[in-house]
Design a binder for this molecule. Structure first.
Ligand SMILES: [Zn+2]
Ligand SMILES: [Zn+2]
Length: 162
């Protein structure tokens, strides 16, 4: 039997795609669904725990420490320098609000200031991930429930006669 930790890891892996910057899917505290709040920030819909994806971590650090090198950012956030360079390459961290340059939403093609999607498409994209996480969690419910909901099932395993 896979442990709760293994199940959580497998679930995370099955939900991850290459471009979502280690988006938190499942609350580390209670197993709830992490709901997108904007700019790399996520909040557990059950307990309110706030977590950040890699982009959120890097962005927060750069806001407080402007001029930091990618090595310093990497050291402080635990995000690899390679991932930080990818973000810079995508210009997720470089386009200022006053810049004339604009990016295009990858889904609907609307001009945007930063990131890969416009606000509407990004919200829809995260909703979809949250739905997937919710569905996957329901399949694996016994692995993600709180102690009170798994206690009964767990005890049955030990009633087998010797
Ligand atoms: Zn939670
Ligand atoms: Zn869009």
């Amino acid at each position: 039997m896979a442990s709760r930790e293994e199940k959580t890891e497998n679930l995370k892996k099955s939900l991850l795609d290459a471009n979502n910057y280690n988006r938190p899917m499942i609350c580390e505290e209670c197993g709830g669904i992490m709901v997108f709040k904007g700019v790399g920030e996520y909040k557990c819909e059950d307990c309110g725990q706030v977590e950040y994806d890699d982009y959120g971590k890097v962005r927060n650090y750069i806001e407080k420490h402007s001029g930091a090198t990618s090595a310093q950012v990497s050291e402080a956030t635990g995000v690899t320098q390679k991932a930080i360079r990818e973000m810079l390459k995508e210009e997720r961290l470089e386009i200022a609000p006053t810049s004339n340059a604009f990016l295009i939403c990858e889904i609907c093609g609307k001009p945007i200031r930063s990131g890969r999607y416009c606000g509407r498409c990004e919200a829809a994209y995260h909703k979809e991930i949250e739905e997937k996480a919710r569905a996957a969690r329901n399949i694996n419910m016994s692995g993600f429930g709180t102690e009170k909901s798994t206690g009964e099932e767990g005890s049955k395993r030990f009633t087998r006669e010797r």
